[in-house]
Write a protein that binds this ligand. Structure first.
Ligand SMILES: Cc1ncc(COP(=O)(O)O)c(C=O)c1O
Length: 423
């Protein structure tokens, strides 16, 4: 028989155990094991869709920008914020802040690295700027990036140009490569004896193009050049970990594909390289080789980074393989309906090795801004627009909570736009 104390604990556990996680756990226990079969199982996904607190009047198809968090994540954040506000220096610093170590351990496991190589940041920008600013460079040193990289990271390199006299070299990569080598060669060809850093996205924000990171990381190691990988769009969008890409420096947001609280990110630095990177905000000399030096940011809410743990639990229960299969299924559902229409052109290589959930598409004769506006006002679908070089279109990014009827609404609207126009 349970003691009185055990009974009280059991009752508390039931009370605090979140309904959503119970639902997901039960669903997963019942579901078919094959991810491609689960990807089409609407009974399964209808329950997952209920785990979010969305405004369903507008179908959000810009999950590449920022994803909503499931209800469980929001609840943990809210609870911890309330507790913090009872007496921040006691509850937040003394009780809640140490939980960051558990988050570090779990993120390390997810990325298949030592937790002592993982810092928790506020977004991909903080992680990547820490790396781009963190190496000692001198005037004349070269930093390679690509034409498909993210403007804020480019802007960071440009600020180093103005401040330190370094030089940015932009490798011109095709937006619709036929092979992964088409992306690798321009970067390899840009390397000179002055190259001191390479900054490259694992997935381009422009069109969802996946880059051959393992090979680029090897190139860097061969020439002793740090390769800084921008994983903002890649981390847990499709199945991989650091054993697949083997990079030494990685920065990502966690509010995109992990669906962690808005304003969370991860920085990975290989153990023996931590001492080579200055922290962006000051840290002690004794911390030189400690990954926690990158977390010396002053007072900040513990609730945000602690709730990452709940997002990891949600993600693990959903399962990476099931999630990826569903994202690919949703993408193919709308793409297949429009791909043969003469006015439709894809700015994304649709081969599964080249892209997963993110797709950029244009319609001949319709400006992307007009198309996005029409989709929002006439069809209640929110997308973002892309207009960089030859990538001109709307970027469509569904997520695990997207319903098949929302996807059908999108494809039907695109068929109308491509055959009758939006006038
Ligand atoms: C490729 C890429 N890198 C970096 C970022 C910056 O991410 P964050 O806003 O989380 O700092 C983004 C944001 O969309 C991105 O797409």
């Amino acid at each position: 028989m349970l003691s009185r104390r055990e009974l009280v604990w059991a009752a508390a556990a039931v009370t605090f155990r979140n309904d959503t996680l119970n639902i997901v756990e039960n669903l997963v226990a019942k579901v078919n094991n094959h991810p491609e079969m689960v990807a089409r199982d609407e009974d399964f996904w209808s329950q997952i869709q209920q785990a979010f607190t969305l405004d369903r009047n507008v179908a959000n198809m810009n999950n590449g920008g920022c994803s909503p968090s499931p209800r469980v994540v929001q609840e943990v954040m809210r609870r911890q914020l309330e507790l913090s506000n009872q007496a921040p220096s006691n509850y937040m610093w003394r009780i809640l802040e140490p939980e960051i170590e558990s988050v570090r351990t779990r993120l390390g496991k997810l990325f298949a690295v030592d937790p002592e190589e993982v810092a928790i940041t506020r977004n991909a920008s903080e992680s990547l700027e820490t790396l781009i600013y963190g190496f000692d460079l001198k005037a004349g040193d070269e930093i390679i990036t690509t034409n498909l990289d993210y403007p804020r990271m480019v802007m960071t390199i440009q600020q180093r140009e103005r401040r330190d006299g370094v030089k940015m070299i932009t490798a011109n990569c095709p937006s619709l490569p036929k092979t992964m080598d088409d992306l690798y060669r321009p970067i390899e060809n840009a390397v000179t004896d002055k190259t001191r850093m390479i900054v490259v996205s694992q997935i381009s924000f422009l069109n969802g193009q996946i880059f051959p990171i393992k090979k680029i990381a090897e190139l860097g190691r061969k020439h002793n050049i740090p390769v800084i990988v921008d994983g903002a769009h890649a981390f847990v969008q499709y199945e991989f970990d650091n054993s697949d890409i083997q990079c030494d420096f990685y920065g990502t947001s966690l509010h995109k594909w992990l669906m962690a609280p808005i304003g969370t990110g991860m920085l990975y630095v290989k153990k023996d390289r931590i001492k080579d990177v200055w922290s962006m905000m000051s840290s002690k000399a004794e911390q030189a080789a400690d990954i926690r030096k990158f977390e010396e940011i002053g007072t900040h809410p513990a609730a945000n980074h602690n709730a990452i743990g709940e997002a990891i639990t949600f993600h693990e229960m959903l399962g990476m393989k099931r999630k990826e299969a569903r994202l690919r299924y949703l993408r193919s559902r709308w793409v297949d309906k429009v791909k043969d229409l003469s006015k439709v052109h894809f700015c994304t290589n649709l081969n599964p090795a080249h892209s997963c959930a993110i797709t950029t598409v244009g319609i001949e004769g319709i400006k992307q801004g007009d198309l996005a506006n029409w989709l929002l006002t006439k069809h209640g679908i929110f997308v973002t627009t892309i207009a960089t070089g030859d990538i001109q279109g709307i970027r469509v990014t569904p997520n695990v909570y997207t319903t098949v009827s929302e996807i059908n609404r999108l494809s039907n609207a695109l068929v109308i736009a491509a055959t009758k126009g939006i006038g």
